[in-house]
Design a protein around this ligand. Structure first.
Ligand SMILES: [Zn+2]
Length: 198
């Protein structure tokens, strides 16, 4: 709490990136992939991780001094649902060339990569600091947070490997890793048990 207040007061978004750590975004991608239960390859996992973390390429805007709140600032356009949709289509097009467009597999893969990419912005909107998420950019630049924001905002880069970084990781562990693991466990258990229930 203390740290996020300092971040906000100082307006120092270069220190606080305003995101759950890259590990937690990657874990969210992994958990979604596990729960999706599709035929999974190394390619599938690498693209899942890529989609889960790539929205934060916008941290580059800090170095260009992009105006805070702009669509191109952190948690702007690359955290939007439009971006998630376009990235999902691009990933399926480039990464799964053998999949014919508009087949059942194509729709499933597209929906899956959309959800993985969109999960990034959803997690960011659950953090207690940084900027809100421009879910509806480029059509609407309003920044959103969820009313309930239990996740400690993460420091960027090497700042993560610090006392505060550990506190952040603990809050992510409690609010993301544990619930996601339980859900994935239940999904896998259900799949195991389903044949026995018939
Ligand atoms: Zn982010």
């Amino acid at each position: 709490m203390w740290a996020s207040t300092v971040d906000r007061c100082a307006g120092n978004v270069a220190i606080s990136s305003g995101m759950p750590s890259v590990f937690t975004h990657a874990f969210a991608g992994f958990a979604l992939g596990k729960a999706a239960g599709m035929k999974r390859s190394v390619r599938f996992w690498l693209l899942s991780l890529l989609c889960a973390v790539v929205p934060d390429v916008d941290v580059i805007s800090f170095y260009f001094g992009t105006e805070r709140g702009s669509m191109f600032a952190h948690r702007g356009i690359t955290h939007s649902l439009t971006f998630a949709l376009l990235l999902a289509l691009l990933v399926v097009w480039l990464g799964f060339r053998e999949t014919k467009p508009f087949t059942k597999r194509w729709w499933t893969l597209s929906a899956y990569f959309f959800i993985v990419t969109a999960s990034h912005g959803l997690l960011d909107a659950l953090t207690n600091g940084g900027a809100g998420v421009a879910f509806f950019a480029p059509f609407d630049s309003t920044r959103y947070f969820f009313p309930w924001r239990p996740i400690e905002v993460s420091p960027i880069g090497l700042g993560f490997f610090s006392q505060r970084g550990m506190e952040v990781f603990w809050s992510e562990f409690v609010w993301v890793w544990i619930p996601a693991s339980v859900i994935v466990g239940l999904v896998l258990l259900y799949r195991r048990l389903r044949p026995l229930l018939k």
